[in-house]
Design a protein around this ligand. Structure first.
Ligand code: FES
Ligand SMILES: [Fe+2]
Length: 364
């Protein structure tokens, strides 16, 4: 089946020609894993040699999900009448039939395994350029940046999660018990240094000589007398990823000149939200313990604390989606604090426009 035959003409709120995180590497095994990305049903599995594959989750015989079948020596076997498809989606066996019609195949998706992530390319395979995959080396460095990773399935459009990360003035409100304690005015008034990039937006904001929030103070072992210089640095990379480095050092240690000092508290956070449908996404995240890397208990505690914080966001995002879905045409009002969120949306819109043009050319 050609890629051309699978073109979808209606405009979509996401680019197809892009890499998306499909799974964490350790989620994919010889047990088929069914996931929907960009409204397309996909099955992920590892063959007997340990190589991961992604196929359309629909048998070409009678449209049964292949994820209901089993991984066998030569590929994945449909659970209904036993057709076997190799990792490229080609039918290699029809039980009781000698010849295999050439059209007996399912779509296969390019995938790449890198830095604990399985990436999937949902668009034209000819355009799948591995050099575009985002580099986040911390995920490969368990000695200096130990971390756990997680997946949360959220009932909201993936860009609501990006919006959330582009406007941190939500922190003193949603996260008052975790990362939002301490100086609330400092949080809302912190100056944003925003710059556009080729495929997204970058910002950093500093809060100097402030009380650290409870999560930081607990992790670093700071008493109530300690004041800190705190930074929050974020980069949105269209379509669906946000890279974060956030932390604090005791006030007086010149954090602004050099953040790479021992001690204090800091974490590098991976966020990506792969669209499942227009109103749901897979939120993959990982948060490194880059301040006490030898302390495995601290790595576990940090993961639990961040997980708690992100669940605070998720409950808001799902309620926000419910309101938007109930009345999608009502106009929303931008405020000063949308200074990074707006260019992030514009970067995505540019990417979607380019994608639509490329798909139109491919369909000709
Ligand atoms: S539906 Fe898959 S083999 Fe028949
Ligand atoms: Fe948040």
């Amino acid at each position: 089946m050609s890629y051309k035959a699978l073109q979808i003409n209606a405009p979509k709120p996401w680019p197809h020609n892009a890499w998306y995180q499909a799974a964490w590497m350790n989620e994919v095994s010889d047990t088929p894993l069914a996931r929907t990305f960009l409204n397309e049903k996909v099955v992920l599995f590892r063959d007997k040699d340990g190589n991961a594959h992604a196929l359309e989750d629909r048998c070409c015989h009678r449209a049964t999900p292949l994820s209901l079948g089993d991984v066998v020596d030569s590929g994945i076997q449909c659970g209904y009448h036993g057709l076997i498809f190799d990792g490229d989606g080609k039918c290699v066996e029809i039980p009781g039939q000698d010849s295999i019609p050439p059209q007996a195949q399912v779509r296969s998706y390019p995938i790449v395994e890198q830095q604990e992530i399985i990436w999937i390319w949902m668009g034209d395979p000819a355009k799948a350029d591995e050099s575009q995959i985002i580099d986040f080396p911390f995920l490969d460095d368990h000695e200096n940046h130990p971390h756990g990773h997680a997946l949360m399935e959220i009932d909201c459009n993936y860009m609501l999660l990006v919006d959330n990360l582009m406007d941190l003035t939500h922190i003193p409100y949603i996260h008052k018990k975790t990362i939002g304690g301490g100086d609330q005015k400092g949080q809302v008034n912190a100056a944003m240094d925003v710059s556009k990039t080729d495929n997204g937006v970058h910002y950093i904001r500093w809060m100097e000589n402030i009380m650290p929030p409870p999560t930081y103070a607990k992790g670093a072992g700071w008493g109530p007398e300690v004041k800190v210089d705190r930074w929050q640095e974020f980069e949105y990379v269209a379509p669906a990823t946000v890279l974060q480095w956030t932390g604090a050092l005791e006030h007086g240690r010149n954090a602004k000149e050099n953040r790479n000092q021992d001690g204090g508290w800091n974490t590098h956070i991976w966020h990506t939200a792969t669209p499942e449908t227009e109103t749901s996404c897979f939120y993959f995240w990982a948060s490194t313990n880059s301040y006490k890397p030898a302390d495995t208990e601290e790595t576990k505690k940090l993961h639990e604390a961040i997980s708690f914080t992100f669940h605070e966001d998720v409950s808001f995002l799902e309620q926000q989606q419910a309101c938007l879905s109930a009345d999608p045409d009502q106009v929303l009002v931008d405020i000063k604090h949308d200074v990074a969120r707006k260019p992030a949306r514009q970067a995505l819109e540019r990417m979607i426009r380019t994608d639509a043009e490329e798909m139109a050319v491919a369909a000709e």
